[in-house]
Design a protein around this ligand. Sequence first.
Ligand SMILES: O=P(O)(O)OC[C@H]1O[C@H](O)[C@H](O)[C@@H](O)[C@@H]1O
Length: 553
Amino acid sequence: MADKPATPTHRPQWQALVQHKERLTGTSMREFFQQDPERANRYLIDGAGLTLDFSRNRLTDDVLTALTELADACGLSQRKAALFAGDIVNITENRPALHTALRQPSDEDVRVDGNNIITEIHTTLARMEKLVAAVHSGKQAGYTGKTFTDVVSIGIGGSFLGPKLVVEALKPYWQGNVRCHFVANIDGTNIAETLSRLDPETTLFLIQSKSFRTQETLENSLVARQWFMAHGGAEAAVASHFLAVTTNIAEATRFGIDPGNIFPMWDWVGGRYSLWSAIGLPIALTLGMDHFRALLNGAHAMDCHFRDQPAERNLPVVMAMLSVWYNNFWGAESHAVVPYDEYLKHLPEHLQQLDMESNGKRVSQNGQHVDYQTGPILWGGIGANGQHAYHQLIHQGTRLIPVDFIIPLQSHHAVAHHHATLFANCLSQARAMMAGKTRAEAEQEMLDSGVDESTAKTLATHKEIPGNKPSNILMMNRLNPETLGALIALYEHRTFVQSVIWDLDCFDQWGVELGKQIGNEILPRLLDEEKTGSAGDSATDHLIRRFRSANRP
Ligand SMILES: O=P(O)(O)OC[C@H]1O[C@H](O)[C@H](O)[C@@H](O)[C@@H]1O
């Protein structure tokens, strides 16, 4: 029997893609469109309320087939089934990763250690619903009887980015009079600025921490409690103004949270996949529970699409495979996400954590160092703003940067012509990246506008745009709770599929821990002049001395 290939690069399917890349080098997407009038229709997938146009890629049917064959050979079907079934997919922490269960209907059955977790999930949703109704109606009020008007969500990383994205993205769906503020950073400016605008009598605090051990969150929570008490809130009132979402009930109780005010989290949900759990309380409190449930439904629709559709018609699979194609076969080092929607301005930040924390790994599942690139750098920002900044590098720089454009077909505003103009800008960028401008075209344009021949020749090299730059366009009719849920779930599954090809555990994050550990060793040296001994190296020691002398009274 032949040995199992040790790494993905040794698989024949990988080698076939190396050949495909060689064959496609020198061809252009312009030619693909000229040769195949049906290309735009064929490279279009609908699913869960989203549409992906992936026609502007260095892609042929043969390459698409070869990519799906690679996914198949890497065991995508089996890994997908294991994910949904609650098998141990986070191998270094010996846990399942069941964010998909958080959005399943109440009649489903998903077992962890023999217990059907769907029951717990829906009991928690019902508790959230009760809280939201009580806060909105004023039944649950502040210590002086005034209705809550503000929620301060204190959390960082996965306990912050997802909820913040959704709250801001769904502003047209806000219900009730509760406004949510997010405090994440240990930079005191974050909490000081937030609290300075608030009234303790009408402010509810949510401490969001899966572990209840995260330094930034705990220190900010202490400041919030001190501020609350210094501004009139009695110790006894802390119970009605502070809620927590955590797996660590003992620590939350020790902090002073009333056990009745603690909402559960589970260790089978990764932080960056947790907005669908009670970590989503800022969303539910700002948008109302119906909209929160609609968000879950949208994500569930994407889960079903991902679970059931064949690879070449599967949105997350196709997007993941295109990413692998550019990352591993064309040398792309980064990937840009550019939403043409002001409401989605926080999407790139959320996806950065999702993708880079998940696939920023260098050993395979069995602990071998990999001999191929893994997760690319994910970055981005809203269009059209980026067009006047970094798009230049995408158009004419030396690097290959695949782009995901995201745009709703309809807007929520009625500002005349703006949405059409925005859409035109998005399409123009995708077309300019794909088609570019040849040197001859650049020259002719200048000659037509009266520039003399010699100047036109000289400038043509500068004005030539290479084109053949890949992009996807993801669309939805309107950005609403369902389509946003589907969009976020799409990127979660895209991240997972990439990890399957790269043979990574995408659910742990050991690298993050080292910085935390060293930070805890440095802090006492900054605070205590008496603390002698090196922090480890002369450069760190030198800056510790500088900080101390700058902060001496
Ligand atoms: O929710 P917490 O336990 O406070 O963790 C907050 C964050 O901490 C770390 O930075 C992890 O890398 C993140 O994945 C996590 O979301």
